[in-house]
Design a protein around this ligand. Sequence first.
Ligand code: NAP
Ligand code: ZN
Ligand code: ZN
Length: 348
Amino acid sequence: MTTTVKAYGATSATAPLEPLTIERRDVGPHDVRIDIDYAGICHSDIHTIRGDWGPIQYPQVVGHEIVGRVAEVGSAVTRHRVGDLVGVGCQSNSCRTCAQCEQGNDQYCLNGNTQTYASVDPADGTITQGGYSQAVVTDENYVVAIPEGLDPERTAPLLCAGITLYSPLQHWKAGPGTRVAVVGMGGLGHMGVKIAVALGAEVTVLSRGTKKRDDALGFGAARYVDTTDAAAMRELRDSFDLILNTVSAELDIAAYLRLLDVDGTLVNVGAPTEPFRVPAFSLIPRRRSLAGSTTGSISEIEEMLAFCAEHGIMPETETVAAEGINEAWERVLSADVRYRFVIDTHTL
Ligand code: NAP
Ligand code: ZN
Ligand code: ZN
């Protein structure tokens, strides 16, 4: 037995998203059913549906920045109660037995974790369907409690954009005295700026043109540099300890590696289709590192939510109804989002 819920999704890589109905499994002993209130729009949703990362099965519903209320709990559930405000991010399950899961790094599960959408669900073998929908059924261990006082709508983007920047900023120890640059100021980038500022780092935003300058400084960045200004970019050479690249499109990564000081690290979180070209001498002469990072573990998400609540860090959001999703996607693709769209899923 399953439950049918309304959703908004894609029937092919090229068609606009449209209203669909999808099935949610019955609540098992360790599951919770969440009535979804809000779902953020991440650029990864678009990459996935458009096949940028490889072919997928359709119909497919995306969305991995989910906030809602617990509507039903399974008989063995201990972590959540009916009525609780909760969230689901990018991963909805993992093997729990590999070396990474045992250390709490479920996002790096060596057997491949279960993504909230477009993954095979170990519970029933179906393809997971995401948060652009009325309800979702998720194992309680992959559902996080939302701290008191956080606005549910603006909390949604923390579940992917927030954690994807919080995790590397913590791992590479950004803090007072660290010179951090954030490349690309969209959904992820603007959260990176706010979190790095709250950690006490000296933050520079690298973005195309000057449209986002005032916003960047308003988020607490010490400096804003237009990446199309060659002279200004030259002046930044050898000047950062940590660079976080959030750009969703093809990028001349070597131009950014040269901005790292000795022993600096460029952490790439952007996921474009095209590979980077990394000349040997963009790394060798300064002992620079090029790294990657994916989202964060469930316990890190809980830590990040508490951090954002304590420091009053929230994303800038624009709420859209279901019929506005396709237009919102177009605006994400043209970098015309300030800075994250959130779907009011009651409009489905
Ligand atoms: P977004 O809101 O669209 O932001 C991407 C930013 O990239 C834009 O605001 C723009 O910044 C810059 N950009 C876009 N096209 C560009 C181009 N042609 N050349 C140079 N810069 C360009 O996207 P998002 O949701 O933040 O996601 C960003 C990327 O991270 C996506 O590829 C997404 O799939 C990936 N992602 C990765 C993870 C992970 O775990 N690693 C998690 C979530 C998302 P400016 O206008 O400031 O230049
Ligand atoms: Zn995402
Ligand atoms: Zn595992």
